[in-house]
Write a protein that binds this ligand. Structure first.
Ligand SMILES: NC(=O)c1ccc[n+]([C@@H]2O[C@H](COP(=O)([O-])OP(=O)(O)OC[C@H]3O[C@@H](n4cnc5c(N)ncnc54)[C@H](OP(=O)(O)O)[C@@H]3O)[C@@H](O)[C@H]2O)c1
Length: 293
């Protein structure tokens, strides 16, 4: 009897140890999974991109200004997918942000494989109706933060090749748009930056892609503006952020350079890129004069 009790006790201990070991292994494999950093990943297209990465088993580092939204998204993604989500509430328009983020990742030896520069500012009007400070803010968020993060996180991406950079520009980056003067200028800078960076990093096995979507319904103002300025065609061309995020990540992993989601947007962007610039600027200029109700 004594022997039976001892045997049961040993078996029970073995089962407990095995379960503990299994849990430890699972935790370890979770945090040793590769990470993707999504700058502007708490809402809209950035959230769509973050979810597409979570589905593929990537741990995430999400960056945005508002901690409450980040916390909400972290809980949602961690409940739905077996991944770790780290959140950093940082304003990407500050000069110091890229250094702070790179230090945070380096100190924790983050196994970074994907960088997505998504955060950006648009709106229906700019240049002639915006104060200089707002224009500077747009330039520093849309261009500088993307270039700065790509540079400061490069050493980590180099360590974990093959790795990927996804910059989010816009179809507006293919054309001069009078009413969105500075916005389209910043997005064309992101497109050109991506072309060159891809060439420069090819030998290092870091692939660079650039997402150039047409209208994406991330907020009610975009729906209103698209309806007013682009009419039926614009409404047909528009996509939801989840579809855009999924498509962008699928094409990023296929190492596509320019990513335009949606058939109508693809056709329109090919025409825009082919037509003489003075025609395009005039077409957009006329469409821009239509007021949203
Ligand atoms: N929506 C469209 O129709 C469309 C079309 C073409 C291209 N795009 C481009 O796609 C990108 C995302 O657009 P979206 O419509 O998805 O935007 P969104 O819904 O407004 O989301 C922007 C994301 O970036 C974060 N963010 C904004 N400003 C930031 C800052 N200064 N520092 C840190 N994080 C910041 C936001 O969180 P917090 O507010 O908490 O900071 C949020 O997570 C932009 O670059 C935009 O130009 C959009």
């Amino acid at each position: 009897m004594k022997h039976i009790i001892i045997s049961i006790f040993i078996c029970f201990n073995c089962i407990v140890c095995f379960a503990q070991l299994k849990a430890d292994n699972e935790n370890q494999s979770d945090s040793s999974k590769p990470y993707a950093l999504v700058a502007g990943g708490s809402k809209g297209i950035g959230y769509g991109i973050a979810e597409a990465l979570a589905k593929r088993g990537y741990n995430l580092i999400l960056i945005a200004r508002h901690l409450d939204t980040l916390q909400f998204v972290k809980n949602k993604l961690q409940t739905k997918y077996p991944i770790h989500v780290e959140i950093l509430a940082i304003d990407l328009s500050f000069d110091s942000s890229a250094y702070v983020i790179a230090k945070w990742c380096t100190d924790r030896k983050i196994h970074l494989k994907v960088l997505c520069n998504v955060a950006g500012l648009g709106g229906a009007n700019d240049y002639l109706s915006f104060p200089l400070d707002s224009l500077r803010y747009m330039v520093s968020l849309n261009i500088e933060s993307c270039m700065a993060l790509s540079l400061t996180l490069l050493p980590l991406l180099e360590k974990n090749t093959p790795s990927y950079i996804l910059n989010v520009a816009s179809m507006a980056g293919f054309a001069p748009i009078p009413i969105k003067n500075i916005y389209s200028a910043t997005k064309s800078a992101v497109v050109f930056f991506s072309y060159s960076l891809r060439y420069q990093l090819e030998d290092k096995h870091i692939s660079v892609s650039c997402l150039c979507p047409g209208p994406v319904f991330t907020k009610p103002e975009i729906v209103k503006d698209t309806k007013a300025k682009l009419g039926w065609f614009g409404m047909k061309m528009a996509l939801d952020p989840g579809t855009v995020g999924e498509y962008a990540i699928k094409k990023t992993f296929k190492k596509k350079l320019i990513i335009v989601p949606g058939t109508l947007a693809k056709i329109s962007s090919s025409i825009i890129r082919f037509l003489p610039r003075r025609w395009v600027v005039s077409l957009y200029g006329k469409a821009g004069k239509k007021k949203s109700k």
